[in-house]
Design a protein around this ligand. Structure first.
Ligand SMILES: [Zn+2]
Length: 98
């Protein structure tokens, strides 16, 4: 398992590029909509942005249901990375490969 270390500072997040680290963009104009940035847990170094909804799955597809926790996030469904092949879950702040 890989800890999803949360960054509050977007610049540090982009500089350190830690596998599995997260940055939540909460500036979408609604309390119910947000985006999660993370560096792929596999270590390939790719930054990924996914739309998330707090305790609901937004209408857009693909999107994820997020439990609303910044430090120990859980997402549903699983995350499937097409370009590098990593597939797994984010549960209580840890990335778990399938
Ligand atoms: Zn990857």
């Amino acid at each position: 398992m890989i800890r999803a270390i949360r960054y509050r500072d977007a610049q540090r997040f982009r500089q350190e590029r830690l596998p599995g680290s997260t940055f939540f963009d909460l500036t979408q104009g609604s309390e119910e909509a947000a985006a999660l940035w993370f560096y792929c847990p596999c270590g390939c170094g790719t930054p990924v942005r996914i739309p998330v909804g707090i305790r609901h799955k937004p209408a857009e597809s693909p999107s994820w249901n997020w439990n609303g926790s910044l430090n120990d996030p859980t997402l549903s469904p699983s995350v499937n990375r097409i370009d590098c092949g990593w597939h797994g879950w984010l549960i209580d702040g840890y990335w778990q490969a399938c």
